[in-house]
Design a protein around this ligand. Structure first.
Ligand code: ZN
Length: 353
């Protein structure tokens, strides 16, 4: 027997639980195995120590392979708090916000998932007793939004401080995923699907119909030769816009406007960044693994093509999988015509094999 201290990427979760005392032969097998398959745990693998890629589901940590900031981390966004985040602290309390009868209708921006639970289960989970199998029986949709805010910090300000809403995940332009609530909570992001879904707001300034004015001049610019396109965060959102990666330069994965039909009207938008697609693909694989009633697919018509409009109420009632906000509400167009469903779904399926 040899006692060794394994570096983080060699510390498989079973060793983390059971201590680090290995036979020499087992150590050699482990090191060779890691060299062959790489260090990263599969998205959806259970985690027992923090590496910085974990999401929390019913109180348990699961790897994604993407950078994740939890609401409990420095720099995180905590949707459990009742006070506003981005006002002076002496002005932030619920009592201050509601002075004079103004402000949001509720101190909370989320509540308990109740649909589909037996009375016994409901009594248990309202007391803090959510367990993964119960949640796996309830959650079967992953709703994709873009935030029309441009950055995740601004998204949280609008959701939490202004609108009194919430979403489990935000995905910033540098690929950082922020989790603001445990997936066990019913976040308020998608009306009729809140009780059965997980939601993500992707940082993007949004999609616009032909007749609508767009803010693209403020948010995108080309280099001197007119080629490479980059995201320019307006100065009123601060020097970095809250983006966590130092000196990050965000570029849409396709450098031209993308046009396409949503809800039967032509929309135009700039695509997400490669870092966003990479993180979203990994998060999708993690969610479809840990909550397997979320099928790793998107709404398709009889020919297998993406449906870019609201599903009927009957379709929605039985639909399980990824879907856009526009599939739930006819007055929504997110995540817009540029969103590459096949890139995310095909990539996630490869990671799940
Ligand atoms: Zn939305």
């Amino acid at each position: 027997m040899v006692n060794v201290v394994l570096p983080g990427c060699l510390m498989s979760d079973s060793f983390a639980k059971g201590g680090s005392s290995l036979t020499l032969r087992a150590l050699v097998v482990l090191v060779v195995g890691v060299a062959l398959v790489g260090c990263s745990p599969k998205p959806g693998a259970r985690a027992y120590t923090r590496r910085g890629d974990e999401i929390m589901i019913a109180g348990q940590l699961f790897h994604t392979g993407a950078p994740v900031v939890l609401w409990t981390d420095p720099g995180g966004y905590d949707a459990y708090r009742t006070e506003r985040r981005f006002v002076p602290i002496d002005q932030s309390s619920w009592a201050k916000v509601t002075e004079g009868g103004k402000g949001p209708a509720s101190p909370n921006r989320y509540d308990t998932r109740t649909a589909g639970l037996s009375p016994d289960d409901l009594e248990r989970v309202r007391g803090g007793g959510w367990d993964l199998p119960t949640l796996q029986g309830v959650v079967d949709q992953f709703v994709i939004h873009y935030d029309v805010c441009g950055t995740s910090r601004q998204c949280f300000r609008i959701l939490h401080d202004v609108r009194g809403l919430s979403v489990h995940f935000m995905l910033d332009i540098d690929g950082t995923i922020y989790q603001t609530l445990d997936v066990k909570e019913r976040a308020w992001h998608a009306t009729s699907s809140n009780h059965r879904s997980v939601g993500i707001e992707i940082a993007n300034i949004g999609s616009y119909a032909d007749a609508e004015k767009d803010p693209f001049d403020r948010w995108y610019e080309r280099d001197e030769r007119g080629n490479a396109l980059r995201i320019t965060i307006p100065s009123d959102l601060g020097a970095t816009g809250g983006v966590r990666t130092p000196n990050f330069v965000g570029r849409p994965i396709r450098p031209e406007l993308v046009r396409g039909p949503i809800q039967g009207t032509t929309q135009r938008m700039y695509d997400l960044t490669p870092q966003q697609y990479d993180s979203l693909t990994k998060l999708t694989a993690a969610l479809c693994t840990t909550l397997p009633r979320i099928r790793c697919d998107y709404p398709r018509d009889a020919n297998g093509q993406l449906i870019t409009s609201k599903l009927s109420d009957e379709q929605l009632a039985t639909y399980t999988g990824l879907l856009g906000h526009y599939n739930i509400q006819s007055n929504k167009v997110d995540p817009g015509p540029a969103f590459q469903w096949d890139r995310v779904v095909d990539g996630a399926r490869r990671l799940m094999r």
